[in-house]
Design a protein around this ligand. Sequence first.
Ligand code: CA
Length: 530
Amino acid sequence: MKINTITIGRAFAAALILFLSKPALGGEADAREKCASLSTLSTPTFRVDTAEWVAAGRLPAGPFGETAEAPSHCLFRVVLDPRESGMEEMSYGTGIELRMPLDWNGRMLFQGGGGLDGVLIPAFGSVSGFPSALARGFAVVSTDGGHRGRNNVDARFAVDQQAKLDFAYQAVARTTREAKALIGRYYGRKPEYSYFMGCSTGGREAMMAAQRLPLEFDGVVAGNPSFNLTQVAVNQIWSLQAVARIAPRDETGKPLLFEAFTDAQLQAVAAGVLGQCDALDGLADGIIHDYQACRFDPASLRCGTAPCLSTPQIEALKDIHGGTRNSRGESLYGSTPYDTGIGLPAWRAMHLGTRDNPPANASLGRDTLRLFSMTPADPELDPLRFDFDRDIAATAETAAINDAVATLHTSFAGHGGKMIVYHGLSDQAMWAGALTRWYERLTPRDGQGPQSWARLFLVPGMTHCGGGQSTDRFDMLSAIQEWVEQGRAPDRVVASGKAFPGVTRPLCPYPKVARFDGGDEDDEKSFSCR
Ligand code: CA
């Protein structure tokens, strides 16, 4: 056997790498001991609630009874600056959950929250259809956004100045700082790479991380972001008024919102959109990839055919899809394309509700507007009387602290930060047009467009953060990691979904859309991004 200098050199390099990357934890016994010792950090302003070892297994992983496989890890929970609120089932202070696996990959993932936060969601870093970040070896951290309420749609926290600031951005900032310090203390070194990934409010928090903590994160993934939440709430009221104008009235004159459209009418709209626009991408497959070419007009369903829409119903659909406007006709938010999601229960639950449940626009949307978006809060505000000329100004103060609408990212992009934003085109709550408008305003860098550091993927058919007639399973965590660590920008992301068994489709970076080139209709390779 020939031993040459190259072999020796390689062996030396391998030994050096092994030495340098030697885990700071000396095996499981040491890891358990270090984990338990984190409880000694507890003080009145840094209240440690949990510092315990969790054995590998299937564990509760979400707010709705979800479970997921997890490796052995240290579970740490702390509340920063805990305070009483004076209200039942509401307390203040930034709650943090940090899960640190025994076999650490040297990376941190901040998992964003949802709704109005207020609950501490298990820090797994779930990726639909793929192993979680925790299972991949990330240390994963989450926060309750600075308050703990009845649930994640409890807006009462917003009357408190600090709690409001925490939800807007300070909980993300403090959690980032504390998580990095705790990871450094536990493993003996800080994370080599730090990522942020979240959807909805978690998506807003991801964008906020890039905008207000531009040096802290190497990569962020923002899904269906409520990035301009104050205007999302206003737009919900815009839609609510459009529905209320056409709804039948009860004997007291109150609009019966749930009767404004029948399910058959909404499904006829979805079928009409598909009929006109599905094949524009080259293949009638139940997915409208080329939504930009789609010119669907609900007036094509005007009565005379069956099922049909009345003229007021056609106007209401146009108002809803067009988004908030003032009396001069100026768009204050953005529009959403006609897509298949309008025929699904999620759309009804948001805009119409049922006999027993009001639409979310009239509950979450109303409460967010009254208590959070408006300064001062106006708990008695009648959302049907909100004026889109006069009352918009009252949202400016909250927007300034809360809305992640910045277009200047020189420090974030300058240190190599990368951002992936994705959004479902059938999102029933947040309009894609608001997001594309922001994306097109991003400040170019080095003469290149934002594509060099930020990419936007619009997912046809996908409702809010997943679901719908869509390919809603895709691994954006791997995509952002490859972009950050290997310099491979995502030119397409492969997606699948249980709505279309055995089918894959590419997601394309905006403004490109997927078009069918011919070949196997189930295979994403038969499509190109154009
Ligand atoms: Ca199609």
